[in-house]
Each structure stands twice: as structure tokens, then as C-alpha cells.
Design a binder for this molecule. Structure first.
Ligand SMILES: Nc1ncnc2c1ncn2[C@@H]1O[C@H](COP(=O)(O)OP(=O)(O)OP(=O)(O)O)[C@@H](O)[C@H]1O
Ligand code: SF4
Ligand SMILES: [Mg+2]
Length: 340
């Protein structure tokens, strides 16, 4: 469970409970049963208003599946997603469409996510027009307003996506997400397709917008340095489960899961004196998990027979710091990881 610091009376903006998502794979032949991918294996998370949750993990760990479920773009196999106390998967279609003004998404690919045939005005206005009719002058006024908020100019609204750089396109995608004045923005790898020099500018913009509007973010990245920059809490995912969660300080200074440690060793922390640098997507292929034992055991330097026999539960290892590892205390006692 990921629970961000709050007064007991404060309701979470987003409350995700025990999300499971299975996908059925096409049958390889008529003699073989259809396989299943367990993309999410029971993820629980909370985001309080104005706070940010970072979700990190290697390719295939379930980050985008989590994002799609939070955005109610798919029905989960089980579990629930509630925004301001309302279960998104139990809403009638019309109500869900109206509720979408409160949560918007920014995708990874600033080239693929903007329709090349549409003007910027149309692209940015789309989430508003989807909510109902609005006169043209008001709509253009709203578009101009959000373009300025993301550092673009009014005149940009009559241009087309190909006239902009990758960083500018991601600003356009952010403007489109902002136009309904959402409370939550889910950003799935928002900077990983951008040049290193542009990444910090886009992250700074997200930070400024949060300060200005009290937005909450779910920021998904395979890169701990990116979520460290923007998030109050970080959840580390491995094969569809949260294996560690806590504040950036908890994770960088006292990480408790061998998998987090492996991620930290790959990415130095800028604030700890290292140089923030990007790595390519870590291509540690997803492995099939046995029915019993810790899913990380086959890669873990600390794995013993108990680990191979008994799956570790996510448990408290500090204040608001959780880890799913039998030997978390031993991991925390190690000298800081190279990057931490
Ligand atoms: N629609 C689908 N049908 C079948 N399998 C899927 C589907 N969507 C995701 N998966 C599988 O679910 C697992 C999690 O995928 P997901 O895209 O959520 O991972 P990710 O952490 O976002 O990875 P990446 O860093 O590469 O974007 C993977 O094994 C993936 O192949
Ligand atoms: S439970 Fe055992 S195998 Fe799993 S991460 Fe911890 S030490 Fe490694
Ligand atoms: Mg993904």
C-alpha cells in the first residue's frame, strides 16, 4: 500500500485498491491453451491532493498498465480506482466522460501522440470540446491561456505539430492536459523520448505548474532520477507488484529492496553530487515467476532457500517506508548504493 502523508481526515484524491490486470494472449496453436500475462498483481496506491507519486521499474513491470487503469482506459480484472471518492469503473459512461475533466494524461511520445493533420488549437482544445460545445472565441481564449502557461505563444495555435521540436510538442501535450483544469495528471514517461538538455526544462515546467495550480501527478519512468526530481513518494514496481515505496530520501539513503538497489546503482543522484544522466531503458527482460517464493529471487544476490519458498509481503520497514523483502533490514544496513 502506498499512503502519502496526510491528516487522518483528509481524503485521498486518488485511491487505488488491489488492482489486478491479466491479459489473455492469443493461442499459439489449437493444441495449446491460451496463455495469460499478469501485468498487475495487486497494486494499492494513494495520492493526496497536490502531491506526486513516482512509479519506477524496468520495461514490462506494469507501469503503463497501471497508468491506463488509473485513467479508466481499461477495466481492471479486479480491484478499484477511485477519484475523489468515486469509483471510476462503476460510473455510467456519461458520468465518466464528465469526470475526465479532473484527470488527464501526458504520453511518452511527443511525435506520435499529436495528430499531424490537426492545428495546435484543435489538438489542445480537444479534451474541452469532448466535454460539450463551447463558442469558438472562448475556446481560442482558453487555448491561448494554456499555451502561455506552458511557455508557448498565442500565435502557435494555428501551426501544426511538425513545426515544433520534441520539447515543444511535449509542452503542447501538457497544455492539452491542462485545458480542463484537472486535479491529477498521469504522465507516462513524459521525458524519456526527449534530448537530455530538454528533459530538465520539461520537468521544471511540470514542477512550476504544480506549484501554481496545486496539481497532483503520477509520474511514470524507468529512471529513478526523473521521479526523484518531482515526486514526494516513489513506488518501485517489479513484475506487476510494488516491491518498495517511500520518500525519495528513504529510497536513496536507506533503500530496502535489492531491486531498488540495482536501479540506484544504475542512476546516480544529482543532488548527491553525481551527474544526472540518462540511460537507455533498462532492458532486463521480464521473467516468468514461479508460483511460490520471491519473484526477484532468480536475480537477487541475497536470495536463500527461504526466499525461493516463501513470497515476501509488502511490510513496514520505517515510517511510511515499505518493502517486500525478507532481508530488507540487511539491505538497509549496506553502505549506500553507488548512485545514492
Ligand atoms: N494489451 C496487452 N495484451 C497483452 N499483454 C500486455 C498488454 N499490455 C501490456 N501487456 C504485458 O503486460 C506487462 C506489463 O506491460 P506494461 O506496458 O504495463 O509495462 P511497462 O512497465 O509500462 O513497460 P515499458 O517500460 O516498456 O513501457 C508486459 O509483460 C506486457 O507485455
Ligand atoms: S526476499 Fe530474498 S530473493 Fe526476494 S528480494 Fe529479498 S533477499 Fe532477494
Ligand atoms: Mg510503459
Amino acid at each position: 500500500m502506498l499512503q502519502q502523508t496526510s491528516s487522518p481526515a483528509e481524503l485521498p484524491l486518488l485511491d487505488v485498491k488491489d488492482l489486478v490486470q491479466r491479459y489473455t494472449l492469443p493461442r499459439e496453436s489449437m493444441f495449446k491453451p491460451a496463455g495469460q500475462v499478469h501485468a498487475l498483481n495487486g497494486v494499492t496506491a494513494r495520492v493526496m491532493a497536490g502531491r506526486s507519486l513516482g512509479v519506477v521499474g524496468e520495461s514490462g513491470s506494469g507501469k503503463s498498465t497501471f497508468a491506463r487503469l488509473v485513467m479508466a482506459l481499461e477495466q481492471p480484472s479486479s480491484g478499484s480506482v477511485s477519484l475523489m471518492g468515486r469509483d471510476l469503473n462503476r460510473m455510467p459512461a456519461g458520468e465518466l466522460r464528465r469526470a475526465r475533466r479532473d484527470f488527464q494524461m501526458v504520453f511518452q511520445d511527443p511525435y506520435g501522440s499529436l495528430d499531424p493533420r490537426q492545428t495546435i488549437a484543435r489538438i489542445v482544445a480537444e479534451p474541452l470540446t469532448a466535454l460539450g460545445r463551447m463558442d469558438r472565441a472562448t475556446l481560442r481564449g482558453r487555448v491561448a491561456g494554456v499555451l502561455r502557461q506552458v511557455g508557448l505563444r498565442d500565435a502557435d495555435m494555428d501551426k501544426f505539430p511538425h513545426e515544433f521540436s520534441g520539447g515543444q510538442r511535449q509542452r503542447i501535450a501538457i497544455a492539452r492536459a491542462l485545458i480542463t483544469q484537472p486535479k491529477l495528471i498521469v504522465a507516462d514517461e513524459p521525458v524519456s523520448a526527449l534530448d537530455v538538455s530538454v528533459q530538465a526544462q520539461v520537468l521544471n515546467l511540470l514542477q512550476d505548474l504544480q506549484d501554481q495550480f496545486g496539481l497532483s501527478y503520477i509520474l511514470i519512468s524507468h529512471d529513478l532520477a526523473v521521479v526523484d526530481y518531482l515526486c514526494d513518494e516513489i513506488a518501485v514496481m517489479y513484475l506487476g507488484r510494488i516491491v518498495e515505496q517511500g520518500s525519495p530520501e528513504d529510497l536513496f539513503a536507506h533503500c530496502a529492496h535489492p531491486y531498488t538497489r540495482a536501479l540506484l546503482e544504475a542512476v546516480p543522484r544529482a543532488s548527491a553530487g553525481g551527474t544526472r544522466r540518462r540511460r537507455g531503458a533498462q532492458s532486463i527482460a521480464s521473467q516468468s515467476t514461479g508460483a511460490t517464493g520471491c519473484a526477484y529471487a532468480s536475480r537477487c544476490p541475497l536470495a536463500d532457500q527461504y526466499c525461493r519458498d516463501t513470497a515476501p509481503a509488502l511490510r513496514n520497514v520505517g515510517t511510511a517506508h515499505l518493502a517486500a523483502c525478507h532481508h530488507a533490514e540487511a539491505v538497509m544496513a549496506l553502505p549506500p548504493a553507488a548512485g545514492g
